[in-house]
Ligand binder design. Structure first.
Ligand code: 0A1
Ligand code: ZN
Length: 881
């Protein structure tokens, strides 16, 4: 039987409480060069809440070599237990006993990077979601919470740092140059939050004094020689700790908080209790090797992992269907933090770009699932933008519906009720309902219904009565397993603009007085009519301000309406969105023109509108950079019945060239005016200036003239920071010019010893829109700088290539063939990452017939491979269904 054939489906409806609980765990882990010995002593007891009082004990295992097993100190003989690939079963056990197991594991051979594995500096672990069973037999599910005491043994010279969750309680030396350390975590935790590290790392220590006056030791452990690269993240951690105290009254609950960086990691970072482990790319930063984007992302991720200490660790998930309980709430908190630290509107715009280019397509494809999925085969395939990004939008909608003060009360109530427990998203919603006094019963559908709802808005204005009527209808398309949907409860925040661009006071029929100029309309029905009175002239509606709900709003805006909103809307998000709508509308026309062989042209009014944005750019450069950037190709493609990626690409390119030609002088002026003087700082203001300046450069490079190319090469060579260097390199990589090849070569040779910069170089190559990119990416897949064993390298090269809509989808199918070959190489090495790459094919049905057929064949070939991992099998079978 292949692994894939063994895929079983787990259903939320089948949840039952565990038959046993394990309140205490003692682990003794001896790490050696070739293997490790894990001795576990578990205090096991029957769960009184479980239905069956005689059930066998069935522990999860994954690639464990069991040396011995004992109950209450007496070894079991082989006929007293059963061991298969997934479980260790002991049919007869007392109601309360001590279970001891000794297992051998092979961290050096662990290329899946789940459980304990090695990286260049030592031993590391990742247990979320189901990695703990790769360390020791266990009830590896989040509702089994235990107190852990862990002793690590390793060679002292090679692995001076021995770390685990909680507090260091004892340490010492032992024979043969080895040492040991014992750690105790006072907080009961689920096994996915377990972590150990034994490595040679440099340490940076600091402290944080909580507002109640406790001093907490903070330690950052990074690769030797890279301490300077950890300084920024350490500052972020302190900022995040302070922010959580001020915003939510939540203090750090530990005596010490350790953060470790590792170059080989399946995720961005992991919130293990007291021992966060970070992918180097989300913790190490220095201006010459990191971009503004990196600094921002690091700041947010450090905060995100820290926020998990309460939303995730103190209150955790009952089961993995509830993943959005911790992720949705924590991403929302991270977004609030980012809004406070950077530009709030820009953070919101960037979030929506990400939703539209990643979550909406997911929600419209074969892997669509609710924020709380009803079933899964491999939970590792459900760390998706739906769970994370849409999950955060769902929390944000509750915030909007109950109001900020009540939301805060709801969070307090949530902790009062559930601290130390494993709970469900229903319990979070209940706390919000009880604190906010809003009935959220219907709202819960957001957790259970998949698909992106559409909100259709029609209006009518009667000048005689001065009544403006909005008719709002909601619907949601069918998604896998959900042919029909019930209406959602959603907040639609709106404003009305008059001819002068001012907000009109909003008074609904029946209200005694106007209630502000921006208000939240609560939708519950399929159709709702809102009648506004005393509206002096026909207004232009500003709908879904600040992106009040993760929906698609359909309203028949004319170009003039959009220009008006783009110029005057008091809501910055909708000002931006008006520009996106306008561009999108014209792009769709351009695509049609391209397909019928007509010249792709755009109206001068578009150039005028963008010209005004540019002229105003210096007032808010970060906003202008977003407003002047066109919708992503994926988002444009989403609007089409049948996707023709070449047409999408060429129409978008034509618009960029059109704007560059018309606005050349203004672009050059803004480029010069935005120069940032003085030493580099990643703060929002200077990052905004760089963003706008580099956007101007990218537009100007569309003109492909020698002067601009010289300017670009000059920027690359003289840049004092990676943001400017990478922007210049990216522009050159998209340009078929003599400067291109030397620029890429020099960049690589300059940075070949900095893995994180090599990743950027691979990404730039793989994202290039030039013909020949498939061949180049293929060549790079056997370059010495690339390895399938390192997830960062895979994401940099193959992940970027998969996101390259134009070149991944070349008409001859060579991109597909290449990607499928890579997936098959990757699958036995690291199935989680292979499955991620397989998702590049999931939207195959949406493409024009030729590509659609090629993608389908490729998927079928992958599906037919014997021994395909369960992770990849789930993606390919669901994609083909
Ligand atoms: N819980 C972590 C991220 C994470 C994601 C996936 C993992 O394995 C499949 C592990 C960790 C976070 O949200 O930061
Ligand atoms: Zn998270």
């Amino acid at each position: 039987m292949t692994d894939a054939a063994a895929n079983t489906v787990v259903y939320l409806k089948d949840y039952t409480v565990p038959s046993f609980l394990i309140p205490r765990v003692e682990l003794d882990i001896a790490l050696f060069e070739d293997d490790a010995v894990v001795r576990a002593t578990l205090a096991v007891e029957r769960n009184r809440e479980a239905a069956e009082s005689t059930a066998a004990l069935q522990l999860d295992v994954d690639e464990l070599n069991l040396d011995s097993i004992g109950v209450n100190g007496i070894d079991l003989s082989p006929d007293q237990y059963a061991l298969d690939e997934r479980h260790l079963t002991i049919p007869e056990v007392p109601n309360r006993f001590e279970l001891t197991t000794v297992c051998r594991i092979y961290p050096k051979q662990n290329t899946k990077l789940m459980g304990i594995y090695t990286s260049s500096t030592g031993f590391f672990s990742l247990c979320e979601p189901e990695g703990f069973r790769r360390i020791t037999p266990f009830l590896d599910r989040p509702d089994v919470m235990a107190r852990y005491r862990v002793t690590l043994h390793a060679d002292r010279e090679s692995y001076p740092a021995l770390l685990a969750n909680g507090n260091l309680v004892a340490q010492g030396e032992e024979a043969e140059g080895r040492h040991w350390a014992t750690w105790e975590d006072p907080f009961p935790k689920p096994s996915y939050l377990f972590a150990v590290v034994a490595a040679r790392l440099d340490r940076q220590a600091d402290s944080f004094v909580t507002r109640s006056g406790r001093e907490v030791l903070l330690q950052f452990f990074v690769e030797p020689g890279k301490l300077d690269q950890g300084v920024f993240a350490l500052e972020s951690l302190k900022k995040a700790m302070k922010w959580d105290e001020e915003s939510y009254g939540l203090e750090v609950d530990l005596d010490q908080y350790n953060v470790v960086a590792v170059g080989d990691f399946n995720a961005g970072a992991m919130e293990n209790k007291g021992l966060n482990i970070f992918n180097t790319k989300l913790v190490l930063a220095r201006p010459d090797i990191s971009t503004d984007f990196d600094f921002n992302f690091i700041d947010r991720t450090v905060a995100h992992e820290y926020f998990h200490n309460w939303t995730g660790n103190r209150v955790t998930c009952r089961d993995w269907f509830q993943l959005a309980l911790k992720e949705g709430l924590t991403v929302f908190r991270e977004e609030q933090y980012a809004g406070d630290m950077y530009s709030r509107p820009v953070a919101r715009i960037q979030k929506v770009r990400q939703l539209r280019s990643s979550q909406y397509p997911e929600d419209a494809g074969p892997m669509a699932h609710p924020v709380r999925p009803a079933s899964y085969q491999q939970i590792s395939n459900f760390y998706t933008s739906t769970v994370y990004s849409k999950g955060a939008e769902v929390v944000r909608m509750m915030h909007t519906l109950v109001g900020a003060d009540n939301f805060r009360k709801g969070v307090d109530l949530y902790f009062q009720r559930h601290d130390g427990h494993a709970v469900t998203t229903d319990q979070l919603v209940q706390a919000m309902q009880d604190a906010g006094e809003v009935d959220l019963t219907q709202f819960k559908r957001w957790y259970d219904q998949s698909g992106t709802p559409r909100v259709d808005v029609q209006d009518q204005y009667d000048p005689a009565s001065q009544i403006y009527e909005l008719t709002v209808r909601q619907s949601c398309p069918p998604t896998p397993g959900q042919p029909e949907k019930l209406p959602f409860h959603l907040p639609l925040t709106i404003g009305l603009l008059d001819d002068a661009g001012h907000d009109i006071s909003l008074q609904l029929e029946g209200e005694a007085a106007p209630q502000g100029t921006s208000r939240v309309l609560s939708l519950r029905q399929e159709k709702t009519v809102f009648r506004f009175v005393k509206v002096p002239t026909r207004p232009i509606p500003s709908l879904g301000r600040d992106f009040s709900a993760p929906v698609i709003i359909d309203y028949a805006y004319g170009d003039d309406d959009l220009q008006h909103l783009l110029s005057f809307d008091s809501d910055p998000f909708n000002r931006w969105d008006a520009g996106q709508r306008l561009a999108l509308k014209l792009l769709l026309q351009g695509i049609t023109d391209y397909q019928i062989g007509e010249a792709v042209r755009f109206p001068e009014s578009l150039a005028d509108a963008f010209g005004r944005l540019l002229a105003d750019g210096l007032n808010d450069p970060a906003f202008a950079a977003e407003a002047l950037a066109l919708p992503a190709e994926v988002h444009i493609a989403e609007q089409l019945e049948v996707i023709d990626p070449a047409a999408v690409h060429h129409a978008r390119l034509a618009m960029r060239r059109f704007l560059a030609e018309r606005l050349k002088t203004a672009l050059q002026k803004t480029y010069n005016d935005c120069a940032v003087v003085g030493s580099y700082s990643p703060d929002a203001k200077s990052a905004g200036r760089r963003a706008l300046r580099n956007l101007c450069l990218a537009y100007l490079m569309e003109l492909d003239d020698a002067d601009t190319r010289r300017l670009c090469v000059g920027q690359l060579q003289q840049a004092g920071n990676m943001t400017d260097a990478l922007a210049a390199l990216t522009a050159l990589a998209n340009c078929d010019c003599p400067e291109r090849k030397p620029a890429l070569e020099q960049f690589y040779s300059k940075w070949r010893d900095e893995p994180l910069v090599v990743d950027k170089w691979l990404g730039v190559e793989a994202m290039s829109r030039l013909p020949g990119t498939v061949a180049r990416v293929k060549e790079l897949s056997s370059h010495p700088a690339f390895t399938h064993k390192n997830p960062n390298k895979v994401y940099a090269l193959l992940g970027s290539f998969g996101a390259n809509q134009f070149n991944f989808n070349t008409a001859d199918g060579s991109g597909y063939t290449f990607m499928s070959e890579q997936i098959l190489v990757l699958d036995p090495v690291n199935p989680q990452i292979a499955a991620r790459m397989a998702r590049n094919f999931e939207r195959w049905k949406r493409y024009e017939p030729k590509r659609r057929a090629l993608m389908k064949i490729t998927l079928e070939q992958v599906a037919a491979v014997q021994g395909l991992s369960r992770e990849t099998a789930e993606v390919v079978t669901k994609s083909l269904s």
